[in-house]
Design a protein around this ligand. Structure first.
Ligand SMILES: NC(=O)c1ccc[n+]([C@@H]2O[C@H](COP(=O)([O-])OP(=O)(O)OC[C@H]3O[C@@H](n4cnc5c(N)ncnc54)[C@H](OP(=O)(O)O)[C@@H]3O)[C@@H](O)[C@H]2O)c1
Length: 279
């Protein structure tokens, strides 16, 4: 049951299936992180429109079950089970992607989020190497390798990003926010060069989405959040549109508050955090 706040903040979006069919039918679409959450919803949505889906993630049995549903829905599916934390596995994914006749749309969606205090991070450097590997370096490596295929197809790149990338940094989110921001900056830096090659690079800045990713955080149980199917519809709308980015309707208000209220935000962050530390 959606709350009043969710109705207000995340009004139900719809997609014209006719328009989606015209945009993606017959195309090859690679989705990282397709085994759960937003990626899985995207694969299911696209599978109704005669596409070839390349689904990439670690949980092989989930990917094979998804592939069966995709084929029952009339599309083709190739499963690539890989751990994108590992460079060797990223290289193996590239070998498989290079074998494809074409790649029309690449959706960089696999991601890991961590919410942890600096004190708890002190002996957990691996949290930073892992979030960086998955949220930043793996999609960079994959895109460097497949840019020629995307160029040949006049393709699209979709960066599944987060609203907090557009807002002032928040305590306890250093690993997630730094890695998501790094990839966002990297892809936006390349935007003009990709465009000159005929590739459209687009980013979607999602708010909280009710997936496995936020489940461990007790606080989020009562926060307004988007449903994963609705997040997938928003990604599909972005693919069909000429726009380079998609954000919630209230993002501009949040960004303006972040810009003009930066000093206040710092004071508030310090006030909340300082109560947890004995100097
Ligand atoms: N949920 C939110 O509130 C929210 C908000 C803004 C943006 N986003 C972004 O949305 C994207 C999708 O997140 P989600 O909410 O759908 O989370 P999710 O349900 O946890 O799904 C994450 C996906 O990434 C894959 N993945 C994780 N680690 C991987 C690894 N080492 N190698 C390969 N694949 C890996 C997972 O598959 P396996 O475990 O099978 O590998 C899964 O398919 C992420 O980029 C996230 O940053 C989410």
């Amino acid at each position: 049951m959606r709350t009043i706040a969710e109705h207000f903040l995340f009004p139900n979006a719809d997609i014209s299936h006719e328009r989606l069919r015209k945009t993606i039918s017959g195309k090859t679409i690679a989705i990282t992180g397709a085994s759960y959450g937003i990626g899985e919803e995207l694969a299911l949505l696209f599978s109704k429109h005669h596409v070839h889906l390349i689904v990439i993630a670690r949980t092989e049995n989930k990917l094979h079950a998804l592939a069966e549903t995709i084929s029952n829905n009339g599309s083709k599916c190739t499963v690539i089970a890989a751990d994108l934390y590992l460079e060797s596995e990223v290289e193996r994914v590239i070998e498989d992607l290079k074998k494809l006749d074409s790649i029309d749309i690449f959706i960089s969606n696999a991601g890991k989020s961590i919410n942890r205090s600096l004190e708890d991070f002190l002996d957990r450097y691996h949290d930073f190497t892992r979030t960086n590997s998955l949220n930043y370096l793996a999609p960079v490596r994959l895109l460097l390798a497949i840019t020629p295929q995307l160029r040949a197809a006049n393709g699209q790149i979709i960066n599944v990003s987060a609203m907090n990338v557009l807002l002032p940094p928040a305590p306890k989110w250093a690993a997630y926010q730094a890695s998501k921001t790094a990839f966002d900056q990297w892809s936006r830096s390349n935007w003009a060069e990709w465009k000159a090659m005929g590739i459209q690079a687009k980013s979607i800045y999602l708010p909280l989405v009710r997936t496995r990713m936020i489940a461990p955080n007790e606080n989020y149980k009562n926060y307004p959040a988007l449903q994963p199917g609705q997040a997938a519809i928003r990604v599909a709308r972005l693919i069909c549109s000429r726009s380079n980015s998609s954000k919630p309707w209230w993002a501009v208000v949040a960004q303006a508050a972040g810009f003009f209220g930066a000093a206040l935000w710092k004071k508030y962050s310090f006030y909340r955090i300082s109560r947890q530390y004995d100097k």
